[in-house]
Design a protein around this ligand. Structure first.
Ligand code: NAD
Ligand code: MN
Length: 500
């Protein structure tokens, strides 16, 4: 500041913005552009369902109807497969760099429209806006960016071998991360030269149908991606269509088993991403502040509607009392309520049915003798909400220690030795993920190699990256999504023709 400035010393330090600076509009105030009634997306066209039937998509935030979603019947699903089979002929021959351009375009459009999609996702599914804004949307875009990069480098995935596309892929996804699961499915399938028929979950179809409009913006050739909506019957039609070369399913273990049975002997490839009941294991040498945050994030992220949620907490005996006291204090600070409020930590439960399922399991915990602790937060009168809940005094035989609750409910148990922790952690039919909290690196490595889980996080939880393969052991399914492993699940391998 020159000496002759008329401002006094104190004024000189002040930043004067005047009216030149404005705040960006808050994300939750962005219009979500939700149609009253949607159509199917088949062969690049938005078409009314041949079934002539529609069902309501409800907002769990207030229980009110958001939009009408078409029911695709077998004829609609067949039309989608015919379109995908036709599109496969040219899409699979396109040079990888060209396919990559489309994927880059999709990724950038997702970033452009991220506010609109984030609000729609929160309205339709109930997750807090800060999660759809800061997690679901950026991660969905990241998956398209990542796979755009692979599209012209497929010859380097498996050295000396070539990745050939499989054909038309049938994909069925759940409601907990609607757009992100769509991205996990569509991005690797397109990068490797396949075409797709995708069915979103019935309670959360809106962002998938909006995504169809984004594909039009991206100029994706008709038929490369087809989106059909409906419930289990539509899903079964997608799974059982004869033109499907592979089925990629994410959802419950129960439905995964039905699918595996119905595909047996058909020659179709299958990957299954199913349920989980992860152990989050805290040793007495762990940094407690971080561990408490990790436990909270592990179970309450997305209302606990997370297949890899850390729903079984295993605490070493010496710190059990201390950890429980800290968790109770932290629980009291969690803000539960309107998912469109950007301060909300725990939003709405996805559907009335899911809320019923959570309540039934919570009641079983009380009946079987575990001790319940809930935060005293006030829940909104309308909509579907559940208070964050802790159970202490849980036995391994209790249903709340064995069954996936898929809600904001944590079951706490203790252990004395690492041996006992491993045994308890692996004592489940699932094997998707686990967490280990300790100061000692060698203990992390030992635990990671002995835990039967597809992902083991150490001193952190719920961290994802498109380059890092995700998937399960045992009844959590098979196949991987993300990374090179994920690409290999969408291709067949042939010798690389080095004379090309
Ligand atoms: P769900 O299995 O009932 O439904 C998943 C999808 O399958 C939906 O689109 C549904 O319409 C469809 N479907 C239902 N019956 C079908 C059938 N007979 N044939 C074909 N499709 C059918 O599960 P949900 O309640 O929607 O989701 C919750 C479950 O998903 C949890 O168990 C959770 O762990 C699991 N999940 C797993 C992962 C993972 O990556 N491993 C990710 C998210 C959710
Ligand atoms: Mn909904």
């Amino acid at each position: 500041m020159p000496a002759k400035s008329p401002r006094s010393k104190s004024q000189a330090r002040e930043l004067l913005f005047g009216d030149l600076w404005e705040f960006d509009p808050a994300p939750e105030s962005a219009p979500a552009f939700i149609d009253d009634r949607y159509r199917l997306f088949i062969d690049g066209k938005h078409s009314a369902p041949r079934s002539k039937k529609y069902f309501d998509s409800i907002s769990p935030r207030d229980g009110k109807k958001l939009a009408e979603i078409p029911v695709a019947n077998a004829a609609d699903v067949d039309a989608a497969y015919q379109a995908a089979a036709k599109a496969f002929k040219s899409w699979s021959k396109l040079p990888g760099a060209e396919r990559g351009k489309y994927l880059f375009r999709i990724a950038r459009l997702l970033q452009d429209r991220s506010r609109e999609f984030a609000v729609a996702e929160t309205l339709d599914g109930g997750k807090p806006i800060k999660e759809s804004r800061d997690f679901d949307l950026p991660m969905a875009a990241a998956h398209f960016f990542y796979h755009a990069g692979w599209a012209d480098k497929l010859d380097y995935v498996a050295p000396g071998r070539r990745l050939n596309p499989l054909g038309v892929i049938g994909q069925v996804i759940p409601w907990n991360f609607p757009l992100l699961m769509l991205a996990w499915k569509i991005a690797p399938a397109l990068a490797t030269g396949n075409t797709v028929v995708l069915k979103p979950a019935e309670t959360t179809s809106i962002t998938a149908l909006k995504f169809a409009t984004l594909l039009e913006q991206a100029g994706l050739p008709p038929g490369v991606v087809n989106i059909v909506t409906g419930a289990g019957e539509t899903g079964a039609a997608v799974v059982n269509h004869p033109l499907a070369a592979k089925i990629a399913f994410t959802g419950s273990t129960e439905v995964g088993k039905i699918i595996q049975r119905s595909l047996a002997g058909t020659g179709k490839k299958l990957t299954l991403e199913l349920g989980g009941k992860a152990a989050n294991i805290v040793f007495d040498d762990a940094p407690l502040d971080q561990a408490v945050e990790g436990i909270i994030n592990g179970i309450f992220f997305n209302q606990g509607h997370v297949c890899c949620a850390g729903s079984r907490l295993l605490v070493q005996e010496g710190i059990e009392t201390e950890i429980i006291a800290r968790l109770k204090r932290r629980l009291a600070t969690l803000r539960t309520g309107d998912p469109l409020d950007k301060n909300t930590d725990i939003g709405a439960i996805n559907s009335a049915e899911q809320l019923g399922r959570i309540r039934e399991l919570v009641q079983s915990g009380i009946d079987e003798g575990a001790e319940i602790h809930q935060s005293s937060c006030q829940l909104p009168k309308q909509g579907f909400y559940h208070a964050p809940t802790l159970f202490t005094g849980v036995a391994q035989s209790h249903r709340i220690a064995r069954e996936e609750i898929f809600g904001p409910v944590l079951s706490i148990m203790s252990f004395r030795t690492p041996e006992e922790a491993i045994e308890k952690a692996n004592n489940t039919c699932y094997g998707l993920s686990a967490g280990v909290w300790t100061d000692k690196g060698s203990k992390i490595l030992m635990m990671a190699s002995r835990l039967k889980a597809g992902v083991v996080w150490a001193n952190t939880y719920n961290k994802f990256d498109p380059s890092s393969p995700f998937g399960g052991y045992k009844e959590s399914g098979f196949g991987r999504e993300g990374g090179k492993h994920g690409l290999l699940d969408y291709a067949s391998l042939a010798p690389l023709d080095i004379t090309r």
